[in-house]
Design a protein around this ligand. Structure first.
Ligand code: ADP
Ligand code: MG
Ligand code: MG
Length: 883
């Protein structure tokens, strides 16, 4: 096996396609060198193979020899030798993994200097420069390779300026720099017990090994966990001849983008510093100059650089970012890659590079260049870039977007505040259906408890409202909350960002969430792609919505129907709850019947609104699902009231009912289709209301398309029974020619396993992946999210939170199997998903691959789902850029 490749190595394919082997930095350095012929200081890359072998079995056999061989080649090419006492070669040692990873080892510059070669360098250049380079090298090597606290060096550097009575590093005298180097070496010896390594071979090996080791440093591991990058990849190491931007006033270093990464405007963008090296530009020690100033200072170099930008863009067919250095009037390219960009810029560039002349980007590629995060950032306001805010606490990012407002602790107080014209943020331990009126008008929601599928999180996402949940550090005490010593009182202003989970005291500047014109262009292309074509299956996108306005909004966002209309929300309104309770409390058939009739009228009106909003598109209505006790008051509260003040007749009855419906484990109790079994009449009532609504619309020349969904089935027999009720109720209404189908929600593992039988009585399956995840993993989602989920992800026991991204190996297997078995019975069985996963790109890719016809998500996720669906059709799941 070959471990080391020179930048000009002749690979079989273009080097930039070897990121796995060479890392991103190495692959692109080789591409610039051997394909584009750009001025890149020569060097070589030690491959990720070497790093992996090192991790598994220590320093690989033969690696020393390969490095030595490449080093000799490099020395020949440069006409200089590492450590040479007359005219030494210096190199940088740079880490570079497949995916760029902050958190890995920093770069060591000026390697090869020692007590002798520094003299040689001084002779070739000047003394100040040579000793400045040496002191930089000793401190970098000490800090990065030998793990010495950088403070030691910093402190001495400060002292040195004191000795000379100067303030800038660059004004320190050569003599003082020389002394500084001696002191630095003393520190190294004191901290490591050994003198500073003088042998360049040893220096080089030490630096390479440090890069290998940094792959498994805590910062790098944490970063990979967060970004879902595999820990197995390993990093490459680049060794490259140094060029010196800190040589003199005709030298400098900078970073440049081939176009503006923040707006997407087609103008080069960047910063540089004269007489500076490496990270000086980013470190913000001195004020940088914009690229335009380069035109004044070094017109020839400016022109050359723009020419290179142009070639890079055309070659990579994308915006690139670059690092460059000028040494005594000569331009060198030190790095390039396809650059990161904001959402606005991503959309603009994707469209311009597809529609403008001279580009080879197809609409398919354009759609693949935009990510869910890009869309998210233009759909929702965010903390403006560059805002320096002290973050009070960071908790779960439950619903994207940022909000600023005054803090209130009850829903009623929020409503009052909003009526007074204030912007309000609702802060609670957790929310419940009783808080929704406050949540509806709040700018944002912050809860101290609960996870990503808590009530607060789900409702906020449904409404596109910013929310941060599970902020465990937030201690609410009456009308104030505290985090550590900081106390925030009612009426104080806070800002929160539901995309990052950050909470800040005071008002932070927000970017406006407004979609640029390119947004619709890209989504239009996505729609065409996901419509499918000859031989290519499509993927539809629906929304989860429970009322007319939400349905209308969903349609505006591009939803092609409703995948889940939960009917329980219609039972919770202040005007509805008493009727529901009367139905539950009914002693006689007449009482029960009367209550059901009242509910039917109310539901019919709701259904008309929703079906009308979705006219011509399918609407999946789920019959009542939650346990009945959710509609009854809290047992404990009533019991306490009884003990303290006594209860009136109605309250006594409610308490009795609440006790009788109380369940130890309500999520696994009397809910879903079981409710239909023990409360006859309930489902029939809902179906009648629905069919009458449809009939009325039909009369008005509309086209209602109804899908009636039975929740929580577990068997063929159950589905047969439930279908019987539904068909009977449909027949009773007696209207012909309505577009109605009957299906079920697959959310219990047994239903997935028995799909072949269930499908006999179902026209469609909709996978309720929230419950299916809960029941497959045995994770109660409300109880597991905080502590357990965090530890599981941290320890790598779970790759990601399975309630956010579908657990493909477990839950996904069940979905796949149910899809296959269901279609054995009915080849054209319609399949969809209506859990939270319907809005998650990774999950969407998978669900498409296992044969689903549509995904359904909250209205605000619809654009993201449209994009992801197109990417799925283009093979995102199969090609799987698996990190
Ligand atoms: P990062 O991945 O953190 O950007 P780099 O390896 O790109 O780290 O290096 C850090 C800084 O050092 C960059 O500014 C880079 O341009 C500079 N640098 C790296 N190698 C050389 C070199 N051979 N000559 C001059 N500057 C270099
Ligand atoms: Mg870099
Ligand atoms: Mg469910």
């Amino acid at each position: 096996m070959t471990y080391v490749f020179a930048f000009d190595h002749k690979h079989r394919k273009p080097p930039m396609s070897y990121k796995d082997l060479l890392g991103g930095k190495g692959a692109n350095l080789a591409e610039m060198t051997s394909v584009l012929g750009l001025p890149v200081p020569p060097g070589f890359t030690i491959s990720t193979d070497a790093c992996r072998d090192y991790m598994h079995g220590g320093w690989p056999d033969g690696l020393d020899a390969e490095i030595a061989k490449q080093r000799t080649k490099l020395e020949k090419a440069m006409g200089k030798k590492l450590g040479d006492a007359a005219d030494p070669l210096l190199v940088s040692v740079r880490s570079g993994a497949k995916f760029s990873m902050p958190g890995m080892m920093d770069t060591v510059l000026n390697l090869g200097l020692n007590d002798e070669s520094v003299e040689g360098l001084a002779k070739q250049t000047d003394e100040r420069f040579a000793y400045d380079s040496y002191r930089r090298f000793i401190s970098m090597y000490g800090r990065i390779v030998q793990n010495i606290d950088g403070e030691h060096f910093e402190q001495l550097l400060e002292n040195a300026k004191g000795w000379d009575g100067v303030t800038a590093d660059s004004d320190i005298s050569p003599d003082t720099l020389r002394k500084l180097c001696d002191r630095y070496k003393v520190i190294v010896e004191r901290e490591t017990g050994e003198p500073f390594p003088q042998d360049p071979t040893q220096q080089l090996k030490g630096a390479v090994e440090a890069v290998f080791k940094s792959w498994n440093g805590p910062r790098a591991i944490a970063y990979r966990n967060r970004e879902k990058i595999s820990h197995e990849l390993g990093t490459a190491v680049n060794v490259q001849a140094m060029v010196f931007g800190n040589r003199d006033e005709s030298s400098g270093t900078g970073v440049g983008f081939t176009r503006n990464p923040s707006t997407g405007e087609n103008l080069p963008y960047g910063d540089y510093l004269i007489n500076a090296q490496g990270e000086d530009v980013v470190a913000g020690i001195r004020n940088t100059e914009p690229l335009d100033a380069l035109k004044e200072q070094f017109p020839k170099i400016h022109k050359e650089l723009l020419g290179i930008f142009d070639r890079l863009e055309k070659h990579y067919q994308d915006m690139c970012d670059t690092e460059f250095t000028i040494e005594q009037g000569k331009l060198w390219m030190l790095q390039t890659r396809v650059g990161k960009r904001t959402g606005v810029a991503a959309l603009r560039m994707a469209v311009e590079m597809t529609t403008q002349r001279g580009w080879k980007i197809t609409k398919e590629e354009a759609v693949q260049r935009v990510t869910a995060d890009h869309l998210d950032s233009v759909l929702h306001p965010q903390f403006a870039a560059g805002t320096k805010a002290d973050v009070l606490t960071t908790a779960l990012a439950a619903s994207p977007g940022a909000a600023v407002g005054k803090v209130y602790f009850t829903a009623d107080d929020v409503v009052d505040a909003v009526e007074r014209g204030e912007a309000a943020i609702l802060v609670r331990n957790e929310t419940s259906p009783e808080d929704v009126h406050g949540m509806a008008v709040a700018e944002g929601i912050l809860t101290a408890k609960g996870g990503l599928v808590s009530h607060a999180a789900v409702v906020a996402r449904g409404w596109g409202k910013p929310a941060v949940v599970g902020a465990e550090q937030v201690k609410i005490n009456g009308k104030a909350f505290s985090v550590g010593d900081v106390v925030v009182r009612e009426g104080d202003v806070i800002s929160l960002d539901g995309s990052t989970g950050q909470v800040v005291v005071g008002a932070v500047d927000l970017t406006v969430g407004s979609t640029p014109p390119e947004f619709d262009t890209v989504l239009g292309w996505a729609d065409t792609i996901r419509a499918g074509a000859k031989g290519v299956r499509g993927l539809k996108v629906r929304a989860n919505a429970d009322n007319g306005p939400d349905a209308l909004r969903a349609r505006e966002f591009g939803a092609e129907g409703i995948g889940l209309c939960r009917t329980e929300h219609m039972f919770l309104g202040e005007d509805r709850l008493p009727i529901v309770r009367r139905m539950i409390l009914a002693q006689t058939d007449e009482e029960s019947h009367a209550a059901l009739e009242e509910l039917r009228e109310a539901q019919k009106a709701d259904f008309i609104e929703i079906l009308d909003a979705m006219d011509g598109l399918p609407v999946t209505v789920r019959l009542l699902d939650p346990p009945l006790h959710e509609f009854l008051p809290d047992v404990e509260e009533l019991a306490i009231k009884q003990a303290l003040h006594g209860l009136d007749v109605e309250e006594t009855a409610l308490l009795a009912a609440a006790r009788s419906w109380q369940e130890v484990n309500p999520m696994l109790g009397t809910r879903g289709v079981r409710l239909g079994v023990v409360k006859p009449g309930l489902y029939e009532m809902q179906v009648r209301a629905l069919m009458q609504a449809a009939a009325q619309l039909k009369k008005a020349k509309k086209h209602p398309v109804v899908e009636i969904m039975i929740p929580l089935t577990i068997s063929r027999e159950e589905m047969q029974l439930a279908r019987g009720w539904v068909e009977e109720a449909i027949a009773e209404v007696g209207v012909k020619n309505l577009d109605v189908t009957i299906g079920t929600m697959i959310e219990v593992p047994r239903a997935a396993l028995r799909a072949e039988g269930v499908a006999e009585f179902a026209d469609f399956f909709s996978f309720g992946t929230n419950d299916l995840t809960q029941m497959t993993l045995g994770f109660s989602r409300d109880d597991i999210e905080g502590r357990i989920m965090t530890s599981y992800v941290e320890h790598g026991l779970l790759k990601t939170n399975p309630f956010e991204t579908l657990d493909q190996q477990g839950v996904g297997e069940l979905v796949k199997l149910a899809a296959q078995r269901g279609r054995l019975t009915k080849p054209d069985l319609k399949l969809g998903v209506c859990g939270e996963h319907g809005g998650d790109p990774e999950s969407i890719y998978f669900l498409y691959d296992v044969g689903l016809d549509y995904v359904s998500c909250s209205p605000f996720r619809v654009p993201i789902a449209r994009l992801a669906a197109a990417q799925a059709v283009l093979g995102a799941g199969a090609s799987g850029d698996t990190r």
